[in-house]
Design a binder for this molecule. Structure first.
Ligand code: SF4
Length: 441
């Protein structure tokens, strides 16, 4: 298997672009670069943060991590002190030794030094599909975050092990919708809407729960048990249409921005999209507002995409009058409205790949993907809207040292950091995923 990342050769006279965010951060810290980073702690090894609670340095560092979030045990010293070149060789040798027994998956937002070893690179759902396509592999090493490894476990064969190289690689957005808070919300909504599992005379349920793929397996299971469905950033509109055909309204979690941006584009008025904040009585709203609601939005967000602003777009337009601004729908509504286009990581990649003339692109999504696209398509000028280098904190927890460690453990016959979803959760979660796969535009 080879990486699907095919770099387009650069003209001979051009200096090669370095897609490594880590190299950029190290240059900032040593003074070799005048660029800015949100924290110089990013230059340290993630093992410096594994024993502490928190998401670690990067975009989610200010978010409150739930008590009991998984922590990573100590990474053995040889992996902490090894050079980048040594780790690269160790990973390569371990992968060769394992052959087809292992598939390594790398998310678009993952570090370049890890992604170069991935058999597949994609978004969370594409990667779960890649795991499904390799039933012969004993182990799937998922270089992404916790909910992605859970989804791969849901969709792979029971005998296959899914391994997350650093257990501290959670997702702050997914953690914003805990199963306890969602169940509390559901009970309170039943006080307003009546029995939530019984359709009315028109055959419509009072509320259909819709969860973004970026949520725990427990939340996907909840949705599956209550007539609901999963969505991705690529199919959110189709999924909302599916839900409106079956219910009076939607409860959308965890990402308020994807829910708001999608529903607004479908014509749902903003005053019929109240927010449910689980930390406030009645979600911070009231019975009448809930009775009138078409979409109840959970108070969740991605701290990577919340960094993008209208001011950054204005600046890009003033400096590059022909710029094409594309942002991810996890960005706030004002940012999506000010952009030329919005779409999933897959949409962004395809839009750039389809551009036939040299174009300036300002992109509103995670920096690792943007820098990789800039290296992959040197005929275009591609830059991140956010001038401050601030990667996804939790993706960044997967340093090549952890990948080398888990692969060498597998070579030795041990399976560290296995992620498993219990049977009582996996059955309804698969129902919710199957509904999504069957939903048609
Ligand atoms: S980019 Fe945002 S949604 Fe994606 S894993 Fe990081 S925190 Fe979670």
């Amino acid at each position: 298997m080879t990486s699907p990342l095919t770099l387009i050769p650069r003209p001979d006279d051009a200096r090669p672009l370095d897609p490594s965010v880590d190299h950029g951060i190290q240059a900032i810290v040593t003074g070799a670069s005048t660029a800015e980073t949100c924290t110089t702690d990013l230059a340290a090894g993630p093992w410096d943060f594994d024993v502490r609670p928190g998401y670690g340095p990067g975009s989610s560092m200010g978010d409150v991590i739930p008590t009991g979030a998984p922590r990573q045990g100590e990474l053995p010293a040889p992996y902490r002190v090894a050079t980048e070149a040594d780790l690269h060789d160790r990973i390569r040798r371990a992968k060769e030794a394992l052959g087809d027994r292992v598939v390594v998956l790398g998310h678009f937002y993952q570090r370049e030094e890890v992604v170069v070893h991935a058999d597949y690179v994609g978004d969370s759902f594409q990667l779960a599909g890649a795991a499904q396509a390799h039933p012969e592999a004993e182990t799937i090493v998922f270089c992404g975050v916790h909910f992605m490894a859970e989804t791969a476990d849901l969709l792979s064969r029971p005998e296959q092990a899914v391994v997350l190289p650093n257990l501290a690689a959670g997702c702050s957005m997914a953690d914003m919708a805990s199963i306890d808070d969602v169940e509390d919300c559901w009970e309170q909504l039943a006080e307003v809407y009546g029995d939530l599992d019984t359709p009315d005379a028109d055959g419509l349920l009072p509320v259909i729960p819709v969860t973004y793929m970026n949520s725990s397996a427990a939340i996907k299971g909840f949705v599956g048990r209550h007539g609901g469905i999963v969505c991705t950033s690529s199919n959110a509109r189709t999924v909302l249409e599916w839900a409106f055909a079956r219910g009076r309204r939607v409860l959308f979690f965890p990402d308020q921005h994807l829910g708001r941006n999608t529903a607004k584009a479908m014509g749902v008025p903003l005053d019929r999209m109240p927010m449910w904040n689980p930390r406030r009585p009645w979600g911070g709203t009231d019975e009448q507002t809930l009775a009138d609601a078409q979409v109840v939005l959970w108070h969740g967000f991605c701290s990577v995409h919340r960094r993008f602003t209208v001011g950054q777009i204005d600046k890009a337009r003033s400096e590059h009058p022909d710029v094409r601004v594309i942002v991810h729908p996890e960005c706030p509504m004002e940012v999506v409205d000010a952009a030329d286009e919005s779409g999933s990581t897959d949409y962004i990649r395809k839009a750039i790949a389809a551009a036939t003339t040299p174009t300036t692109f300002a992109i509103g999504t995670e920096i690792n993907l943007v820098q990789r696209l800039a290296a992959e398509y040197p005929q275009h000028r591609i830059f991140c809207l956010d001038p401050v280098v601030c990667p996804c904190s939790t993706m960044y927890r997967i340093h090549p040292g952890y990948l080398a460690w888990v692969l060498e453990e597998l070579v030795a016959g041990r399976t560290p950091n296995r992620i498993t979803v219990s049977a009582d959760v996996s059955a309804p979660a698969r129902v919710a995923l199957d509904r999504m796969l069957a939903a048609r535009p």
